[in-house]
Design a protein around this ligand. Structure first.
Ligand code: SAH
Length: 203
């Protein structure tokens, strides 16, 4: 099956090993989150256009970000940049209670249809600037940012639980790094650089 092959050859092979993440990636039907004309490519290891100059993230990156965020069952997770809604669906498959923010209402509408088609459990969503976070629902056990920030929005670190993790791509159009802020025993977050990445910009 295409999805099984995607998980084995492009996700596991590149070093994502968390069995729960691999299971979630096997479970979510990615083809329901790409435009119908691109469904044949849905399980290729590549981002794909979803309209409005935005893309559905590459499957490996969705898996990697999910692993880095250490999403446990019942964890409260904030996602910035709903896009196609695919990463959102993976987070729910991991048992998270998901809050997701998107600036473009048309994309959020399309994502809602895909969630419904894919049988995704209810998520909290709204149109808004993700850089401000979602203060009423804070603190979050994990925050995942799906677009590249030029610098880490301070509100996101403020809304992170002391034991929580923030996964965020940072950089400009040419050079970006995936950063993870991890909890330390002394209650602060320590930043770690994971790898080079390429995301659309956070507006
Ligand atoms: N992980 C998503 C990828 C989303 S692409 C997926 O797999 O489909 C990034 C998304 O971030 C785009 O939909 C874009 O509209 C949105 N975005 C950009 N800036 C934003 C901001 N400040 N707040 C919320 N969403 C933003």
């Amino acid at each position: 099956m295409q999805r099984e092959r995607m998980v084995r050859d492009t996700i596991q092979a590149r070093g994502v090993h968390d069995p729960r993440v691999l299971q979630a990636m096997r479970q979510v039907p990615r083809h329901l989150f790409v435009p119908p004309a691109l469904r044949a490519s849905a399980y290729d290891d590549t981002p794909l256009p979803i309209g409005h100059e935005q893309t559905i993230s590459q499957p490996y990156i969705v898996a990697l970000m999910s692993e880095l965020a250490e999403i446990g069952h019942g964890r409260c997770v904030l996602e910035i940049g709903t896009g196609s809604g695919y990463q959102t669906a993976v987070l729910t498959a991991l048992g998270a209670e998901v809050y997701t923010l998107e600036t473009r209402p048309e994309l959020l509408e399309a994502a809602r249809r895909s969630w419904s088609d894919a049988g995704v459990p209810p998520v909290q969503f709204r149109v808004g600037d993700g850089r401000l976070g979602w203060p009423e629902a804070a603190p979050f056990d994990a925050i995942l940012v799906g677009a590249a920030a030029t610098s880490v929005p301070p509100a996101l670190l403020e809304q992170l639980h002391p034991d929580g993790r923030l996964v965020v791509p940072v950089g400009n159009d040419d050079v970006q790094e995936l950063w993870v802020f991890e909890p330390t025993p002394w209650g602060e977050h320590r930043r770690r650089t994971v790898c080079r990445v390429l995301f659309v910009p956070l507006m």
